[in-house]
Design a protein around this ligand. Structure first.
Ligand code: ADP
Ligand code: MG
Length: 696
């Protein structure tokens, strides 16, 4: 695809090419993220004003917008500059005032000659019991009244962009819109009764009532679908490319897997068995695996990931597992080590901490193939890290990679199978938007025998009781985490709080019983503190959120989270997931400070009500919005202008199926519909997709 189709040129021209838009205005539009006519087109009104004609202002309850015909009465010019200019007017039933600040008298005399009839439209409010309309939006002769829309769309505005200007600019853009060949599946369009694209954009900017502003309005749904479809087409192109690309055939023998399974003190869950089978099938096929492993905290993802690594080893190759942080990499190493030993697999850890000769030795062993499984941070993908025969890469992602980044990884042309793991469940709509290019395995079942965690909220006024409770628990041989307040603005404050709490708990529970870990600790000390807790030498581990992910100490059965109201839902769920892993009944105490905000209270309530990570993820999305949840900047998650991930997940699913179907029938997008879809990709600025098509 050589370049942008000509039919779209007018929509991608400079904003100044629009009548009424000068250079200054064009600049002002930037604050609304509007750089081209095309952006204006997809900036839909968020509300509307009812300007239907009324006989009298008495028909509405002020304050409200009203449109009436009036007879102009006397003008009352102000005596001082600061006082307003008033014009008395009379509609069919009553008298009221038009009010103007900093008025231009002669202009008003011309606009509103006493004794003549005018149609005025504006917001009426009561002031000292008198109805008044301050600065009417419209003042027209009765013959011109049809210039006033019955229902006027309201747009997001910014300094330098008024509602009037916006209306005019949008009007200009709409005159440039030409019909486009349909890219939507005809059967789908028919079923949904969607308008053509051109009609849809026009209708979306000309709502006739509040219903037309709803995301369910056909025009809006169609435009949302267009966005989702373009996005899913991009993901589907990436996926098709990966699948077309040759993969290595990694056929496991089962021998090592068998030894590992035999060494486990438990049986696999059904979900684990299914996921492992899906992964094994991908790896044994000649296609590159590109799979997402979704599962709640504690659903046993680590074991599944390890089996993927083992299959690579059985096939005579190597596997790598990458974690986003040093702590988590170590944690993975610690949990994989016993499994690896049981299977006779050589694992090694590589992180940024490895330096000099030791690092060189590891790299050499890796290049020889003596290290079979490598666990580490980003360090495992540095340029000088050379594998003997890398067959599978497990990325423990925690939302830190975006679509674009994954695509670039794929574009490197490696044939390595990829398995991505999420830390906590993601709502379906986000999973579709963010991982639509991947195949998905879900661990929707927890290992049996897990006792539900008792979750309680406690005001910090009762922290003494919490400590008494800990003292008794320690005496019974139990262990506890104590998570200190999250201080987003200051790591120093966060650290101070943790150190204070550490001192306090040592005094209350005994010096030797309490350990401390935090992010600024020298790495060696942190490892020692973790190990002491793991071995049961310390009973209470005071920590900042560094323990959020991965940490697995089954004997720990109490989780105290201080200032829990400051944490996000997903984070609280992750933290709570650190307990409930062993035999004992586990407890999570959410300590809060009063007064609670509405959001804080709701989050704590949801945590108390459910342990279902998928439900918590949905609630989180509903409370925070998609961008927030993922951190838009790093997410690679597209920002949709019309579509809404929170409410239109089903539409996203349809778009995914449709996009994959289209590419199956027409992999090069060369049919009539395929060509139309290319225009859509340009229209939706899917640069990534356009690049994928151009390189073929
Ligand atoms: P996550 O999905 O949060 O990464 P982990 O892989 O850390 O979960 O597993 C949580 C705990 O459950 C670990 O202690 C692990 O040994 C244990 N586990 C994993 N699979 C099973 C199973 N099938 N039966 C019982 N326990 C299991
Ligand atoms: Mg894990």
């Amino acid at each position: 695809m050589s370049g942008r189709p000509e039919i779209l040129f007018p929509l991608f021209a400079g904003l100044e090419t629009l009548g009424g838009v000068g250079e200054k205005t064009a600049k002002a539009f930037a604050a609304l993220d509007i750089a081209t006519p095309r952006d204006l087109l997809f900036s839909l009104p968020y509300s509307g004003i009812d300007r239907r004609f009324r006989a009298s202002v008495q028909e509405v309850v002020p304050p409200a917008t009203v449109t009436v015909e009036v007879e102009v009465g006397r003008h009352m010019a102000p005596r001082t500059k600061s006082a307003p200019y008033r014009v008395e007017v009379r509609d069919a039933l009553t008298t009221f005032q038009l009010v103007f600040f900093h008025a231009n008298g002669p202009w008003l005399d011309k606009q509103l000659p006493t004794g003549q009839r005018r149609v005025v439209s504006g917001r009426v409010e009561l002031f000292d019991g008198i109805a008044q309309m301050v600065h009417p939006d419209y003042i027209l002769r009765p013959g011109q009244a049809d210039q006033i829309p019955e229902f006027e769309p309201v747009y997001h505005l910014t300094a330098g962009i008024t509602q009037k200007l916006m209306l005019r600019a949008v009007g200009e853009v709409l005159t440039r819109v030409t019909p486009l060949v349909e890219w939507i599946d005809p059967a789908l369009k028919e079923r949904e009764r969607w308008p053509d694209w051109q009609d849809a954009v026009s209708a979306a900017h000309a709502p006739e009532g509040p219903d037309d502003l709803s995301p369910q309005a056909p025009a809006r749904r169609r435009l949302a679908y267009d966005e989702f479809f373009a996005h899913q087409l991009t993901l589907a192109l990436a996926r098709a490319r990966v699948r077309r690309g040759k993969g290595r055939v990694s056929q496991g023998t089962g021998a090592v897997q068998e030894r590992v399974l035999a060494a486990l003190p438990y049986a696999l869950t059904g979900a684990q068995t299914r996921a492992i089978a899906e992964i094994a099938a991908d790896m044994a096929a000649g296609l590159r695996m590109n799979r997402l492993l979704q599962g709640d905290v504690g659903s046993g993802k680590t074991l599944v990931a390890f089996m993927a690594l083992v299959i690579a080893v059985e096939a005579g190759g190597q596997g790598v597992m990458m974690a986003p942080t040093e702590i988590l990499a170590r944690q993975h190493m610690a949990s994989l080590k016993p499994l690896a030993e049981a299977g006779g697999v050589v694992v090694e850890l590589l992180t940024g901490r490895d330096k000099g000769a030791e690092r060189q030795a590891k790299l050499a062993a890796l290049a020889r193939g003596d290290i079979q499984v490598l666990v580490g941070t980003h360090a495992v993908f540095q340029d000088d890290v050379i594998y003997h025969d890398l067959r599978v890469a497990v990325v423990d992602e925690q939302h830190r990679f975006g679509v674009g980044e994954r695509m670039r990884l794929g574009a490197k042309g490696t044939v390595t199978d990829v398995l991505v793991m999420t830390a906590t469940p993601i709502p379906r709509s986000l999973a579709l938007a963010q991982y639509g290019d991947m195949d998905v395995s879900v661990l929707d079942e927890k290992p049996p025998g897990r006792k539900p965690i008792k979750t309680a909220t406690v005001s910090d006024a009762r922290i003494g009781e919490v400590i008494d409770h800990l003292r008794r628990a320690i005496a019974e041989g139990r262990q506890a985490y104590w998570v200190c307040p999250l201080v987003e603005e200051s790591e120093v404050l966060e650290l101070t709080a943790a150190e204070e709490r550490f001192k306090h708990l040592r005094a209350a529970l005994g010096e030797g019983n309490v350990g401390l870990v935090h992010g600024q600790m020298p790495p060696g000390e942190r490892d020692t503190a973790m190990a002491a807790f793991q071995a049961g030498e310390t009973k209470v581990l005071v920590a900042t959120t560094v323990i959020e992910v991965g940490v697995d100490v089954p004997n720990a059965s109490i989780m105290v989270i201080e200032r829990a109201e400051h944490f996000g839902l997903a984070q609280l769920h992750q933290l709570r997931g650190r307990v409930g892993r062993g035999e004992a009944q586990s407890t999570c105490l959410l300590v809060y400070q009063t007064p609670l905000t509405e959001g804080g209270e709701r989050r704590l309530r949801i945590l108390r009500e459910t342990e279902d990570g998928f439900r918590i993820a949905e609630e989180d999305l509903a409370m925070r919005g998609a961008g927030d949840l993922i951190g838009t900047a790093q997410s690679g998650l597209p920002r949709f202008m019309v579509g809404d991930l929170e409410t239109q997940a089903a539409l996203m699913a349809v778009a995914q199926t449709d996009a994959r179907n289209l590419l199956r029938e027409d992999p090069d997008l060369s049919s009539a519909r395929g060509e139309a879809a290319r225009v859509l990709l340009w229209l939706m600025r899917q640069d990534e997709a356009i690049r994928l098509i151009s390189v073929g």
